[in-house]
Design a binder for this molecule. Sequence first.
Ligand SMILES: *Cc1c(COP(=O)(O)O)cnc(C)c1O
Length: 356
Amino acid sequence: MPRVFNFSAGPAMMPESVLRRAAGEIADYGGTGMSVMEMSHRSKEYVALFEGVERKLRAAMSVPENYKILFLQGGATLQFSAVPMNLLARKGKADYAVTGFFAKKAYRCGQMYGTVRAAVDTGDYYAVPEQEALDLDPDASYLHFCHNNTVYGTRWPYLPETGGVPLVCDMSSSILSEPVDVSKFGVIYAGAQKNMGPAGLTVVIARGDLLDVPPLPGTPDLLSYKAQAENGSMMNTPATYGVYLLGLVLDWLAEQGGVAAMEADNRRKAALVYEAVDQSPVFACKAEPRSRSRMNAVFSSGSDETDGRFIKEAAARGMVTLKAHRATGGVRASMYNAMPLEGAERLAELIRAFNS
Ligand SMILES: *Cc1c(COP(=O)(O)O)cnc(C)c1O
């Protein structure tokens, strides 16, 4: 079976060369006679690999020295708890921008830990609010926002201006897809399974001084950023193989020209698909143009039957997992870094050819 163009929102496509390289060293990593999967996380070989991946990620995102990089587990969803547990005590309250499915989940979860307020709730989630629409508390511990709203297919076209309140960002579906100025953030976190590798690994990038405030009482050590940072993310067994695969993805990313090259590619792929949708007499995209995601293009004909037929026709042409999230219905084409340009070209072609 040839490789398909997999438009899954996550777990998502990985670069084929990465999969082949991993296959090539599956049973013997670097002449050790064992798989990375079989290696002690405390072994000299594995610790060297682990530290190398951290360096590669720091280089890829230009993460400043005063930021800690943590390799954790539990997915982005566990960070919905870890963020308030670690940061809410600073000022005792926090703001959340509620702009989509996961942003709302993070907000709801935050409410269990203390005084948490919606700085904005846009309701229909097809447009990211303007700065003026944010009702920000200058004395909040942080403002939480979700950079790319995976379900509704929107992306913040700017970084919220908070006047010194740390920005905490769920970047699960856009990390490494474009350059970001990490120094503008307090914390960035992401589940790996969209743009970084397989599920099971969660990356947290946190400004060092934010870890000086003790976490809320009862915070498990495994969820404490400070404890994890002090132990090099090795308080217990980390997601060893996932970290290794992230390293291969970062090698691939560097060969492609890094995050700036990714942004150029991702803009091209998204433009192809949105142009085809905008010109189609059948489909429409609800996301407001300035808020459109480059990672997840969500569109619909307005008829489940027609959308279903499109999804079926696409699958017959090797383009799979196009069914959108139940919250929106319709079609969702997720095009992370590893989606080849050809996938977007073929999808745009089918959108143009498709008649209701
Ligand atoms: C996928 C996703 C999540 C959930 O990630 P898990 O790793 O499954 O917990 C959270 N936020 C965003 C923006 C996502 O895209």
